[in-house]
Ligand binder design. Structure first.
Ligand SMILES: O=C(CO)COP(=O)(O)O
Length: 150
């Protein structure tokens, strides 16, 4: 696979997702970073987005609930270049009925080199990076080159 450089804008599109046992942690994290998150564009799976909006007043575009296809919707948006960061507090202690979707979301985020945080420590470091408020370059698969070589 060849890679090309792609710019992530200063205004980030941040996807927010948490499994049920981790929703409280993500809401607490969003509340702590509310002023910063309010400067960016937020989206999330259905229940997570609804709970964050209710608790913080932040505006979140809500996709379907994860087990009903929301994780796959987020994966599609990543593949289309419409998500810049993924904050996904997945549950390390309980199996999920939609585990293949969870795995697919994490895989496609790795494919497209999206910064991913799976807990509050990594999410703290991610949003406190100087790159959060500026453009930055990331390397992504060269899709045109990939097609041409097939
Ligand atoms: O299941 C999820 C992520 O895998 C999250 O979905 P909800 O936000 O709808 O609970």
């Amino acid at each position: 696979m060849q890679f090309i450089s792609k710019s992530i804008p200063a205004n980030k599109r941040v996807a927010l997702v948490a499994h049920d046992n981790r929703k409280g942690d993500l809401i607490e994290w969003c509340s702590r970073h509310r002023p910063l998150l309010a400067q960016h564009t937020l989206l999330g799976t259905g229940t997570t987005g609804t709970r964050i909006e209710a608790a913080t007043g932040l505006s979140v575009e809500k996709l379907l609930s994860g087990p009903l296809g929301g994780d796959q919707q987020l994966g599609a948006r990543i593949a289309e270049g419409q998500i810049d960061l993924l904050v996904f507090f997945w549950d390390p202690f309980e199996p999920m009925p939609h585990d293949p979707d969870v795995k697919a979301l994490l895989r496609i985020a790795a494919v497209w080199n999206i910064p991913v945080a799976c807990n509050s420590a990594s999410a703290d470091m991610m949003v406190q990076s100087a790159l959060m408020g500026s453009d930055f370059e990331r390397s992504v698969p060269d899709y045109a080159g990939y097609l041409a070589a097939r």
